[in-house]
Design a protein around this ligand. Structure first.
Ligand SMILES: [Fe+2]
Length: 189
Protein backbone atom coordinates (compact mmCIF):
# COMPACT_ATOMS: atom_id res chain seq x y z
CA UNK A 1 0.00 0.00 0.00
CA UNK A 2 1.21 3.50 -0.78
CA UNK A 3 1.88 5.63 2.29
CA UNK A 4 -0.38 8.32 0.86
CA UNK A 5 -3.41 6.02 0.99
CA UNK A 6 -5.44 6.53 4.09
CA UNK A 7 -7.32 3.64 5.53
CA UNK A 8 -10.42 4.19 7.60
CA UNK A 9 -10.48 1.60 10.33
CA UNK A 10 -12.26 0.75 13.47
CA UNK A 11 -15.82 2.01 13.11
CA UNK A 12 -17.46 -0.62 10.89
CA UNK A 13 -20.07 1.87 9.78
CA UNK A 14 -19.04 1.61 6.12
CA UNK A 15 -18.04 -1.33 3.90
CA UNK A 16 -14.44 -2.39 4.58
CA UNK A 17 -11.92 -0.38 2.56
CA UNK A 18 -10.41 -2.37 -0.36
CA UNK A 19 -7.07 -0.72 0.47
CA UNK A 20 -6.83 -3.19 3.37
CA UNK A 21 -6.75 -6.13 0.95
CA UNK A 22 -2.94 -5.98 0.91
CA UNK A 23 -3.23 -7.41 4.45
CA UNK A 24 -6.05 -9.92 4.03
CA UNK A 25 -6.31 -10.90 7.70
CA UNK A 26 -6.66 -7.23 8.63
CA UNK A 27 -9.40 -6.96 6.00
CA UNK A 28 -11.26 -9.97 7.46
CA UNK A 29 -10.87 -8.57 10.96
CA UNK A 30 -12.29 -5.26 9.78
CA UNK A 31 -15.16 -7.11 8.07
CA UNK A 32 -15.98 -8.57 11.50
CA UNK A 33 -16.21 -5.07 12.99
CA UNK A 34 -18.56 -4.25 10.17
CA UNK A 35 -20.63 -7.38 10.90
CA UNK A 36 -20.81 -6.45 14.58
CA UNK A 37 -22.08 -3.01 13.62
CA UNK A 38 -24.74 -4.52 11.33
CA UNK A 39 -25.83 -6.95 14.06
CA UNK A 40 -26.54 -3.92 16.27
CA UNK A 41 -28.64 -2.44 13.45
CA UNK A 42 -30.53 -5.75 13.11
CA UNK A 43 -31.16 -5.86 16.87
CA UNK A 44 -32.48 -2.30 16.70
CA UNK A 45 -34.85 -3.29 13.86
CA UNK A 46 -36.02 -6.33 15.82
CA UNK A 47 -36.86 -4.33 18.93
CA UNK A 48 -38.01 -0.93 17.56
CA UNK A 49 -41.64 0.15 17.97
CA UNK A 50 -41.84 1.26 14.32
CA UNK A 51 -40.14 -0.11 11.21
CA UNK A 52 -37.06 1.93 10.31
CA UNK A 53 -36.68 2.03 6.53
CA UNK A 54 -33.14 3.40 6.58
CA UNK A 55 -31.90 0.64 8.90
CA UNK A 56 -33.64 -2.02 6.81
CA UNK A 57 -31.98 -0.68 3.65
CA UNK A 58 -28.58 -0.72 5.37
CA UNK A 59 -29.02 -4.37 6.37
CA UNK A 60 -30.29 -5.40 2.92
CA UNK A 61 -27.32 -3.73 1.25
CA UNK A 62 -24.93 -5.45 3.62
CA UNK A 63 -26.35 -8.94 3.10
CA UNK A 64 -26.57 -8.48 -0.67
CA UNK A 65 -23.21 -6.83 -1.28
CA UNK A 66 -20.86 -7.77 1.58
CA UNK A 67 -21.85 -10.79 3.64
CA UNK A 68 -21.81 -13.38 0.89
CA UNK A 69 -18.36 -12.30 -0.31
CA UNK A 70 -17.01 -12.38 3.25
CA UNK A 71 -18.32 -15.90 3.83
CA UNK A 72 -16.77 -17.04 0.55
CA UNK A 73 -13.40 -15.50 1.51
CA UNK A 74 -13.44 -17.74 4.56
CA UNK A 75 -15.04 -20.92 3.25
CA UNK A 76 -13.10 -21.02 -0.04
CA UNK A 77 -9.74 -19.63 1.06
CA UNK A 78 -9.13 -18.98 4.75
CA UNK A 79 -10.46 -22.26 6.16
CA UNK A 80 -8.66 -24.49 3.61
CA UNK A 81 -5.37 -22.58 4.18
CA UNK A 82 -5.74 -22.96 7.93
CA UNK A 83 -6.53 -26.66 7.64
CA UNK A 84 -3.34 -27.10 5.58
CA UNK A 85 -1.03 -25.11 7.88
CA UNK A 86 -2.28 -25.95 11.35
CA UNK A 87 -0.84 -28.67 13.55
CA UNK A 88 -2.87 -31.10 15.62
CA UNK A 89 -2.18 -29.12 18.78
CA UNK A 90 -4.00 -26.14 17.25
CA UNK A 91 -7.16 -28.32 17.45
CA UNK A 92 -8.66 -26.14 14.79
CA UNK A 93 -11.00 -28.57 13.05
CA UNK A 94 -13.58 -28.54 15.85
CA UNK A 95 -13.50 -24.74 15.91
CA UNK A 96 -13.97 -24.54 12.13
CA UNK A 97 -16.89 -27.01 12.34
CA UNK A 98 -18.64 -24.91 14.99
CA UNK A 99 -18.06 -21.71 13.02
CA UNK A 100 -19.38 -23.35 9.86
CA UNK A 101 -22.51 -24.47 11.75
CA UNK A 102 -23.26 -20.85 12.69
CA UNK A 103 -22.52 -19.70 9.14
CA UNK A 104 -24.83 -22.39 7.72
CA UNK A 105 -27.61 -21.39 10.08
CA UNK A 106 -27.20 -17.70 9.20
CA UNK A 107 -27.26 -18.58 5.49
CA UNK A 108 -30.37 -20.74 5.99
CA UNK A 109 -32.19 -17.77 7.56
CA UNK A 110 -30.85 -15.27 5.02
CA UNK A 111 -33.54 -15.63 2.28
CA UNK A 112 -36.24 -15.10 4.91
CA UNK A 113 -34.42 -12.07 6.37
CA UNK A 114 -34.04 -10.59 2.89
CA UNK A 115 -37.68 -11.27 1.93
CA UNK A 116 -39.16 -9.86 5.13
CA UNK A 117 -37.13 -6.63 5.01
CA UNK A 118 -37.80 -6.13 1.29
CA UNK A 119 -41.52 -6.91 1.89
CA UNK A 120 -41.81 -4.31 4.68
CA UNK A 121 -40.03 -1.73 2.52
CA UNK A 122 -42.37 -2.46 -0.41
CA UNK A 123 -45.60 -2.44 1.54
CA UNK A 124 -44.72 0.14 4.19
CA UNK A 125 -45.67 -2.54 6.73
CA UNK A 126 -44.19 -3.29 10.15
CA UNK A 127 -42.37 -6.49 11.15
CA UNK A 128 -44.45 -9.18 12.83
CA UNK A 129 -43.36 -10.69 16.17
CA UNK A 130 -42.30 -13.86 14.33
CA UNK A 131 -40.23 -11.86 11.86
CA UNK A 132 -38.54 -10.00 14.70
CA UNK A 133 -37.62 -13.37 16.19
CA UNK A 134 -36.04 -14.48 12.91
CA UNK A 135 -34.00 -11.26 12.77
CA UNK A 136 -32.73 -11.78 16.32
CA UNK A 137 -31.76 -15.39 15.61
CA UNK A 138 -29.97 -14.33 12.42
CA UNK A 139 -27.98 -11.64 14.29
CA UNK A 140 -27.15 -14.18 17.00
CA UNK A 141 -25.58 -16.63 14.54
CA UNK A 142 -23.66 -13.90 12.72
CA UNK A 143 -22.36 -12.55 16.03
CA UNK A 144 -21.26 -15.99 17.30
CA UNK A 145 -19.47 -16.59 14.00
CA UNK A 146 -17.43 -13.41 14.25
CA UNK A 147 -16.64 -13.76 17.96
CA UNK A 148 -15.31 -17.30 17.49
CA UNK A 149 -13.30 -16.30 14.44
CA UNK A 150 -11.77 -13.29 16.17
CA UNK A 151 -10.94 -15.28 19.29
CA UNK A 152 -9.69 -18.50 17.70
CA UNK A 153 -9.15 -18.50 13.95
CA UNK A 154 -7.59 -15.12 13.24
CA UNK A 155 -4.88 -15.36 15.95
CA UNK A 156 -3.93 -18.84 14.67
CA UNK A 157 -3.99 -17.61 11.06
CA UNK A 158 -1.64 -14.75 11.97
CA UNK A 159 0.76 -17.24 13.55
CA UNK A 160 0.60 -20.03 10.97
CA UNK A 161 -0.08 -18.68 7.47
CA UNK A 162 3.03 -18.08 5.42
CA UNK A 163 3.71 -14.98 3.41
CA UNK A 164 2.89 -16.98 0.25
CA UNK A 165 -0.43 -18.07 1.79
CA UNK A 166 -1.30 -14.44 2.54
CA UNK A 167 -0.49 -13.45 -1.03
CA UNK A 168 -2.82 -16.14 -2.37
CA UNK A 169 -5.53 -15.11 0.07
CA UNK A 170 -5.15 -11.46 -0.92
CA UNK A 171 -5.16 -12.32 -4.63
CA UNK A 172 -8.34 -14.42 -4.37
CA UNK A 173 -10.11 -11.83 -2.23
CA UNK A 174 -9.25 -9.12 -4.76
CA UNK A 175 -10.42 -11.24 -7.67
CA UNK A 176 -13.69 -12.02 -5.84
CA UNK A 177 -14.29 -8.24 -5.73
CA UNK A 178 -13.39 -7.72 -9.39
CA UNK A 179 -10.06 -6.04 -8.52
CA UNK A 180 -6.73 -6.77 -10.23
CA UNK A 181 -3.98 -8.46 -8.23
CA UNK A 182 -1.32 -6.28 -6.61
CA UNK A 183 1.83 -6.10 -8.75
CA UNK A 184 4.50 -8.68 -7.85
CA UNK A 185 6.84 -5.90 -6.69
CA UNK A 186 4.79 -5.44 -3.51
CA UNK A 187 6.14 -8.82 -2.42
CA UNK A 188 9.80 -7.88 -2.90
CA UNK A 189 10.19 -5.29 -0.18
FE1 LIG B 1 -16.00 -14.11 9.32
Amino acid sequence: MKPSETVTRGSGDKPTSPSLLANPLDFISEDHLRERQICAVIDALATADAFNRQKATTVLRFVNEELNVHLRDEAEDLFPLLARRCTEEDAIEGAIDRIRADQDEAMRLLPEVRAMLAGCLDKGADLSAKERGVLSRFAGHVRRHLVAENAILLPIARARLTRADLRILSKHMRSRRGLPDFPETTDAE
